[in-house]
Design a protein around this ligand. Structure first.
Ligand code: CA
Ligand code: CA
Length: 170
């Protein structure tokens, strides 16, 4: 991968986290993501599933801040993201999976219409779109998640795909 392609990929990852698009990653981006998923799937913030999602989002933020917020100002700048998060996540993808898992677990619960602890590719696509992923990309990602084409995307598949997406090779 050339450096322009690497930069482009990093910028796309950063934009995924910077949900409100204000140029840095903060706690608000994670609560914004939780709110977007609740709205998309008709869960209230005060419901059990809604609360679990907000708690998972907070834990995700704390984990990311611990890795990347070097000056402790509660904001992850693009420089901190590239220098801290991207490098450390690449060195240790399992750590990233651990940080993201409570949020992803709760997101699956919110999106899972028939409560079989997995989401359908359609539900996965709706979740991605709610998080601002463009339609055509969300479609492809959701289809790819269902590796064995049984119509179910499990937590393990999502956690792995998520960690893979954010551990950008140099
Ligand atoms: Ca932001
Ligand atoms: Ca900072």
């Amino acid at each position: 991968m050339d450096s322009a392609e690497y930069e482009r990929r990093i910028a796309a990852r950063f934009a995924t986290f910077d949900q409100d698009g204000n140029g840095y990653i903060s706690r608000e981006d994670f609560s914004t993501a939780a709110a977007a998923l609740c709205t998309e799937f008709g869960a209230t913030a005060r419901s059990e599933k809604g609360q679990a999602l907000y708690i998972g989002a907070e834990a995700f933020w704390q984990g990311m801040a611990g890795i990347a917020d070097r000056d402790g100002d509660q904001r992850i700048t693009r420089d901190e993201f590239v220098g801290g998060a991207v490098k450390r996540l690449r060195d240790n993808p399992d750590r990233f999976a651990e940080i993201a898992r409570p949020f992803l677990h709760a997101a699956i619960d919110v999106a899972d219409g028939d409560a079989d602890t997995a989401v359908t590719p359609v539900e996965a696509k709706r979740a991605l779109k709610a998080l601002g992923v463009p339609e055509e990309i969300a479609e492809g990602v959701a289809a790819a998640l269902d590796v064995d084409r049984d119509g179910r995307v499990t937590e393990q598949e999502i956690v792995q795909a998520f960690a893979q997406y954010f551990t950008v090779p140099e």
